[in-house]
Every structure is written in C-alpha cells, then in structure tokens.
Design a protein around this ligand. Structure first.
Ligand code: PEP
Ligand code: MG
Length: 862
C-alpha cells in the first residue's frame, strides 16, 4: 500500500484518502498556484495506527523519500543547521473539522539549528520567536503539557517591559522566553526526526480526542474515517514587516455578499489569526500595503471559486513579499450566506438551480424562521463587536461552557460569553443560543464554529472585559453578571442590555427563491402536523399543503379543557362518558371548523383520539381534587379509578383504536364532530377536505369493525345537514404487525390511505421506549453503537425494511393507495430522501419544519 503521497500524486477527489486539506493542496498544485512543497500521510495509515495499537508509527510507514523531495524542492535540508528546512505537521480529515485536531508548526528546530537560522537569515528576533512557538506547541500538542505556564512567561515579560503586544518584544526578549520555556519543559527532543515522529503520532491520536469525537457526533462524521497528516515546508509570516498571514473568503461567509473578504496580520504566524490573539486587519489594508501581493491573491481566489464552483475559504502566508497558498476549501457559511450565494451563483450562470439547491444545508434553514431584531424595538445598546454569525438571541449570560450546558439542559436560554473560544468550548456553544467574545476576528474560532452551527455570534467586542473567575462582563461602565439578560445581534455586531423584541426573517427574497426551486423540483407533498387553528395558520404561511396529522387529544391540553378529557377517561359507565364526551365534542367541532377554514381547499387529516393514558391521568393531589369536582365524586373514588386505569406499559396499552374497540361512543362522537364541522364549512361556501385517520392499528379486523362505524356516523350527520361531502378514511401504520399485514389492511372497504407513524413504529421495531430512550442511548452513541438517534433520523436499515415490506404488500392490493408519513422524521432532511425514493405521496411535519422539508424534498428529486 502507498501510505505517502507527494502533492503531484493526488487530486481533489481523493479526500477520503488524503483528507480535504491534502486533496485540495494537490489540486492547487495542479492549478499551478504557489503551494509550499509537502507530502501527505493517508487516512488509512491513521486507521492502521489505531488498529495496530502499539502506540508507535505503523510498520511500513516510511516518509524519508518524501522528506528528501521536500529538501530538493526547497533547496534546504531537514536537521541541517546551515540551511534548515522546517515543516508544519497538520491534521486533515475527509470532512472539515476546524480546530478539532492537532497541528505542530516550525518543526525541525533545536538549539543548534536556531543558531543556524540566525546565521542564514541574520534575523535573531525571527529565529527565537519561531523557536518559542515551536517549543510551546510541541509541549502542548505532542507532550500534553498545559499551555498556561508558557503563556504566563510571555505575560510576565511584557509586564516587565511595560508593553502590550507580542510585536513589541525584541530578539533578546524572545531569547529569554526560549530559555524559560526550556526550563518549563526540558524534554522536547533535539533530534528533528524524533520530533517529526512524535508530531505525526500526535496528529493520528488527535482523531480520537474528546472534542473531535464530540464534533463528529454533532456533525454526523463517521468515526471510521481517520485523519490524514500533511507535512509541509514552512512559509514564514513572522520574519519582518514584509511578511504576514491571513484567511480569506471568496465571498462574505456571513452575509453571502459577492465581495472578496478576509483578514490578515502583518508579521505574524497562522495561528495568531485563528486564535484571536491580535485583532487582524481587513484585506483592504493589505491591498494598500502590498498591492501586488493582494492582486495575486485576488486572482487566485477568483480562479479557485470558478474552478470549484463554490465559495472558497483560503489560508495564505506572505514571506518577504512572496505569496504562498496554504489551504483552500469550500467555505463554511451561515444559512443566510448559503442561500444568497446559491441564488447569486444561479444568476451568474455558474450553477443550475438544481445544483444550487443541492448546496443548501436544509437543516440550517430554520435560521430564516427564527427572528432577527425588530428595528423599531426599544433597546439599550451597551457594546459593539464584529457581526460574526447572523441572527439575534436573548439569553442569560454564562461564562463557561459547562454552565451553558447545565442551564440549557433545564430549558434556559443562555448566551455564552468568553474572552475567545477554543475547541474546548464546543459543547457550551452548542448549548447556548448565542456566543459573545471579547477578542477574535471574523475568522476566529468562535466565528467559524458559530457559523457552522447556525448560531448567532458577536466576536471581538470592542472594549469588553471578560473576567471568567469573577463571572463578569464589563462594557464601559456596565457590569454584567452571570444570569443577567443580554441580547446580541450577530448581523450587526451590536450588544444590548435585557431582551429586545424580535421578528421573523422568513420573507427574505433569496430564501423564497430557493423554496420556489424546491417546490418546482419536488415530487413529495409537504403537509404539517397541527392541532390548533393557530398552528394551522402558521404552517400554511410556511407553505404546508394541508394537515397530515391533527392529534385530537392535543386539542384538550389547554388547562380549561384537560379536565373534561380526564373526566371522560375516568368515567365508570357509558352515560357518564357520554356526558363528558358532549363537552369534548363541542370543543372539537369548533376547532375543526376553524382549522378547515385555515386549510380551505387542502386536506385536514383528523386522527381519532390516541391518548397514552399516563399522559392524561391526573397525577398530583391538586389535579385529583379538581377532576373529582368535575365528575362530582369523592377524591377517594377517583383515586381508586385512576389506580385501576394505571398501566405498567402505557405506550403499549389502552390507546389508539383500542379505545374505539372498547368505547364505540368515543369514535362516534369524533366522527360526528368532524362531519358537522365540515358540513358547516361547506354551507359557508368553503371547500372543506376533512379526512379521518385511525391510529395504532395492529390487525385489519380492528378496521373491519371501526371503519363502518365511522362511515355510518359521518353519513348520518351529512344526511341530516343535507350536505354532500367526501370524507376519506385511512389508517396509521405504526406497529410492525400492521406493516406485515398491510395488504389485509388496504383490502378493508373504505380504507383509502395509510400514513406511517414512524415515532411509534421506531419505538415498536426497536422495542425502545420513546420516552425513556434518552436516559441511556447517549452511552450507545459514545461507544459507537449508533450512527444516529433512530427517533431523530429515520432508521432505513431496520425500520425502513418494514416500511418497504408494507409498501410492497399494500401496493399489490392497490397500486395507487395514498401513502404518507407523519412521524417526526417527516421534517428531517436525511429521512425525507428515503420517503421520496419510495414514492410516498406526502410527508407531514411540525409547522416550523415545513420549509426544511420542502427544500429536502426538492433536493431528493434534484
Ligand atoms: C407516530 O407514532 O409516529 C405518530 C405520528 O403518532 P404519535 O407521535 O402521536 O404517537
Ligand atoms: Mg403514534
């Protein structure tokens, strides 16, 4: 096996083997861009390292010949004090995992070689600055020592000199820093080859550090990929004022504006930009300072963007006026930018609408459904930073990622406030509704990661002082403490005291254009799960083509209705039940009529009551008392009845159509309410399209019993009202037995559609409780037993097999039977692709997922 590749041996399509970074370096060489010579160790070699488990480099890995090539290409020699070659050793996974894994720069230095650098360059400051960077990084990354003592040395020396910036330290200061660093860690190997071996091993290992594992699980990147390692000749941005380093985007990654955009730091090394140690300057400054270099960079970004057909994220270094390209990749961008770039690229003729649609991260589109600040709202501005990731958020201030996680877990909305963020903060950023940092530019860690997550972020907040120990944020004379509420606007960079009124961004013209493409391309209809007229109205405004699931039991969650529902459930005989049903029936009739009005001309699928008893029985003493009053019985009698009804396993209990089998009067009431509401709407000149759906069916015989009852009740009401209406009846498929016998089910007279309830189907196929799974499934994910939570992402392999079986059986009986899905998976983009592939007629999802499902359905068909 070939374990090592030179840059002229690979190309952009070899990401799995060479990592994204490595593959793109190869491609830039093909495009004749100035890339420092490098070689790449493959991802397979990293996997070999883990498989062998010796802790040493895999047997058979030999990169000496490649190192030799680097020496020839640079005219320098690794380990030669007279003409030293220094290298960077970087990680590079097949999918971008910014900042999650390890990197060592300036490798190949030792006490003798640093002198060699002074002799050859005559630049003592540069030599010691570089050496201290190496000692610090190697100690941290390879030897796992804390960074703090190293940082303290620099802070101390700056304090002594009375200066603020690293730039103000001179050669003798850095020489002293190097001496101190060697005291803190005297064990950095002096042998450059030993250093290289250590760094390659550290990069391999970093594939499995905690933050990388977390990042992968959050972003759905398989653990089985491994990272490549690139070993590249250093280009120095920190030699003098004719050097520098920067990060650029071919378009604005925050807004999507088609304008070359980026930041650079003169006389600095790459890590200084990303770490937010100094606030970098915009590229416009570089254009003034080094017009030729800027011109060259501009032409490369343009070339790369056209070549890749996507917005590029570029890292570069300028060494003595010479530009080097260190990395290019398709840039991460905000949801807003993704949409704008897609629409612009179609306008420019770079992409077809189908290609552009496929670039849209459907999952992030809820950004457009979440609010931005209302410009007219009253507000007190207390600070201003960079608009690092758009959107607006209000929340309680927290100062560390663990607190953010703890508070988010109990439902608090928090803003994570940090000096700057590092990869250790990821879980806190994920938990927070927004992120505010005092330092760092538009390309700082906080900004990049927040954009990737679709979280709003203000970075580099001018004048902000964050004291993590005291838990305070000081902005001018305002001191914000933990739990104080602030609002941040990631689109403007503004920070406000307290909460500020927000409004929806859904009208964004570019977003509407993307939805239109999706609507034109998709074959699936997108319906919604809605239980109230308000939800129905919201869903329709978001493009729902009807209601695929109205959970009638949810119509009674309202505090002044729930007791009527409870009274009905605890009824001891039919007359009692009928009395409470009458109350429920009135609520139902009026709600359904209102929903039919909202959905005029579109289907409204009303599901018969499906109340898992544990969700509805009274629990507390207070509830017992109230219900006892409603039913006019002593509390003790009620308690007995509740005890009688309690089930050990309520999700497998007396719910769904089992209620209809035992208490036909409930179903009759519901069917009559639906028919009456529809008749009323029809008489008012509307076009009501009510449908009735039977849940939790396990045998076709249940339907044989229930469907004629529904039909009779509906016909009776329609006849009384003198109205002619078609009210189709269908069934949910949410148990394995229903899948297995779907042919029998479709054979039942008057069964006209089936809708998969993938929540219950997942629960029953896995034998895994919907309500309790979260308590232990985390441990499954951690140990790699699950790629996805099956309740979140449809399990094609397991549950999907049964769905396919049901489809085949049902379609044998009736090839045109209408098929839908109304479990939570209906709004999950990856799952929608499955339903498209198997020719479902519709997916039905919660109102705010409707636009996402529309896009996902379009992508599936594109
Ligand atoms: C389902 O089981 O997938 C479903 C839609 O019904 P519910 O979630 O109400 O059980
Ligand atoms: Mg269900």
């Amino acid at each position: 096996t070939k374990r090592v590749f030179l840059l002229n041996e690979g190309n952009k399509d070899m990401k799995m083997l060479l990592g994204g970074k490595g593959a793109n370096l190869c491609e830039m060489v093909k495009l004749e861009l100035p890339v420092p010579p490098a070689f790449i160790i493959t991802t397979d070699t990293c996997l070999e390292y883990f498989r062998e488990g010796t802790g040493d480099l895999p047997a058979g890995l030999d990169y000496e010949y490649a190192l030799k090539t680097l020496e020839v290409d640079t005219g320098k020699a690794f380990g030669d004090p007279k003409n030293p070659l220094l290298v960077s050793v970087r990680s590079g996974a097949p999918a971008s995992m910014p900042g999650m894994m390890d990197t060592v720069l300036n490798l190949g230095l030792n006490d003798e070689i640093v002198q060699g650098i002074i002799d050859t360059t005559g630049n003592e400051r540069f030599a010691y600055d570089t050496y201290r960077r190496f000692l610090n990084m190697y100690s941290d990354v390879v030897m796992d020592l804390s960074k703090e003592p190293f940082e303290e040395v620099i802070t101390e020396i700056k304090k002594k000199k009375g200066v603020k910036l690293d730039l103000e330290l001179d050669a003798s200061d850095w020489k002293q820093v190097v001496e101190e660093f060697k005291k803190i860690n005297p064990n950095v190997p002096q042998d450059p080859r030993e250093q290289l071996r250590g760094a390659v091993l550290a990069v391999f290992k970093s594939w499995n550090n905690d933050r990388a594992i977390r990042y992968r699980s959050y972003n759905g990147i398989p653990d089985s990929w491994g990272t490549a390692v690139s070993v590249q000749a250093m280009a120095y941005g920190n030699m003098n004022d004719e050097c520098g380093t920067g990060v650029a985007f071919s378009r604005n990654p925050s807004t999507g504006e088609d304008k070359f955009f980026g930041e650079f730091l003169p006389n600095a090394a790459g890590e200084d930009v990303v770490a937010g140690i100094r606030t970098p300057q915009p590229l416009e400054e570089m254009a003034k300072k080094w017009p030729e270099v800027y011109g060259e960079l501009y032409s490369y970004q343009d070339k790369l963007e056209k070549y890749y057909g996507d917005m590029q994220d570029i890292e570069f270094t300028v060494e003595n006026g010479r530009l080097y390209m260190l990395q290019c990749r398709n840039g991460k961008r905000t949801a807003k930018a993704a949409v704008k770039i897609a629409v612009d690229m179609v306008k420019e003729g770079t992409l077809t609408p189908a290609e552009a649609l496929l670039r849209i991260p459907a999952n992030q589109m809820d950004f457009f459904l979440h609010p931005t600040l209302d410009p007219k709202a009253d507000k007190t501005k207390i600070g201003e930073g960079l608009p690092a990731s758009p959107g607006a958020a209000t929340g309680k201030v927290v100062f560390n990622p663990d607190d953010a996680e703890v508070m988010a877990n109990v439902g608090e909305e928090v803003i994570l406030v940090r000096k700057e963020t590092t990869p250790e903060d990821i879980h806190g950023m994920k938990s927070a509704v927004g992120v505010l940092t005092a330092l760092g530019g538009m390309t700082s860690h906080a900004a990049v990661v927040a954009r990737g997550m679709g979280k709003c972020c203000v970075s580099g907040c001018t004048g902000a002082e964050v004291d993590v120990r005291a838990k305070t944020l000081t902005l001018g004379d305002q001191v914000i403490k933990e739990n104080d509420i602030i609002t941040i606007d990631g689109s403007t960079g503004d920070v406000y005291l307290g909460s500020v009124e927000r409004r929806s961004a859904a009208e964004d013209g570019d977003f509407q254009a993307v939805l239109e493409w999706a609507d034109e391309m998709r074959e699936l209809k997108v319906l919604t799960n809605a239980d109230t007229p308000e939800q129905a109205a919201t869903a329709r405004s978001l493009g729902a083509q009807g209601i695929g699931l109205c959970r009638t039991e949810h119509m009674f969650f309202d505090p002044n209705r729930i007791n009527a529902m409870r009274a009905m459930i605890v009824s001891e005989d039919k007359p009692e039940r009928l009395e409470h049903l009458e109350t429920l029936s009135e609520f139902q009739r009026s709600d359904i009529a209102a929903m039919l009005k909202e959905m005029d001309g579109l289907p409204l699928t009303i599901r018969l009551l499906d109340p898992p008893l544990h969700e509805f029985l009274p629990h507390s003493e207070e509830e017992m008392k109230t219900v006892a009053e409603v039913v006019g019985k002593p509390v003790s009698v009620l308690e007995d009845r509740v005890a009688q009804l309690k089930e050990v396993n309520p999700m497998l209990g007396f719910r769904g159509c089992r209620l209809s089998v035992v208490y036909p009067e409930i179903t009759e009431m519901q069917a009559r309410a639906v028919a009456a509401a529809a008749a009323k709407c029809k008489k008012a000149g509307l076009d009501p399209r009510a449908e009735i759906m039977v849940p939790v069916v396990s045998t076709s015989r249940e339907l044989d019993l229930i469907v004629p009852r529904i039909k009779a009740a509906v016909n009776d009401v329609l006849a009384q009202e003198g109205v002619e209406l078609d009210i189709p009846i269908g069934t949910m498929i949410e148990l394995p037995r229903a899948c297995q016998t779907a042919d029998d089910i479709v054979k039942i007279k008057d069964v006209r559609f089936m809708s998969f309830g993938t929540n219950d189907l997942t629960q029953s196929v896995w034998g895994l409780s919907r309500d309790d799974a979260v308590k232990f499934m985390g441990r499954y994910s951690e140990q790699g037993l699950l790629d996805n939570d099956p309740f979140e992402r449809f399990d094609e392999h397991g549950v999907g097999g049964l769905v396919k079986l049901a489809l085949t059986k049902a379609r044998e009986v009736d090839p045109d039977v209408k098929v839908g899905i109304c479990g939570e998976h209906g709004g999950e983009p990856g799952s929608v692709a499955f339903f498209h592939k198997h020719k479902f007629n519709y997916v039905s999802c919660s109102p705010f997922r409707v636009p996402i499902a529309r896009i996902a359905a379009g992508q599936a068909a594109a």
